[in-house]
Design a protein around this ligand. Structure first.
Ligand code: OFO
Length: 180
């Protein structure tokens, strides 16, 4: 990979974030298991897929560190937090995970800028954009949960109605003409 073109500090910070992304993957995996055990199979599927995305993020850091002549160091991953007690807590946990991860990415951007390491600064822009998308994704999940459970009495039906409307035809059906 040639001479090292990142500072020791940036290499360390990128490695820390690589392991944070691995921890994110584990956290989503654990929540997927919890959701499946509680019969939320759709949510489990969503979390399992998202765990894979976080693992890909981990690989992006790994590849970048090595490409710049540094060394990716695979560290220990802390065990995921205790299981949530209910779905609301589960979704709020995920929301906090994403907000925290965004902060870590921004701190890395600050560090790259302070060191005038423009290659790393540029590499990190992908993650800045990705966190905007992930926050929007999880915030959308929070909205769906609120619509399905909290906003109004008996509103689970509104959630189903909303899902039905997604992709619904714009063509109205005319009433059958009475057969003469
Ligand atoms: Fe790695 O994107 Fe979420 O946290």
């Amino acid at each position: 990979m040639g001479d090292k073109r990142i500072s020791d500090n940036i290499e360390q910070a990128l490695n820390d974030q690589m392991n944070n992304e691995a921890a994110q993957a584990q956290a989503y995996l654990a929540l997927g298991v919890w959701a499946e055990a509680n019969n939320y199979t759709g949510i489990a599927d969503f979390f399992y897929k998202h765990s894979e995305e976080e693992r890909q993020h981990m690989f992006k850091f790994l590849e970048y560190i090595n490409t710049r002549g540094g060394t990716a160091k695979i560290g220990a991953i802390a065990a995921p937090a205790d299981n949530p007690t209910n779905l609301k807590e589960c979704i709020e946990d995920v929301w906090q995970h994403e907000l925290e991860n965004s902060k870590k990415i921004y701190a890395l951007v600050d560090q790259a800028m302070a060191e005038r390491d423009w290659a790393t600064f540029n590499f990190l822009q992908w993650f800045v954009k990705e966190q905007i998308e992930e926050e929007a994704l999880i915030d959308g999940l929070r909205d769906k949960f609120a619509l399905a459970s909290e906003d109004k009495a008996n509103n689970a039906n509104f959630y189903s109605l909303d899902r039905d409307m997604q992709g619904a035809s714009q063509e109205g059906e005319l009433p059958r003409q009475a057969e003469l």
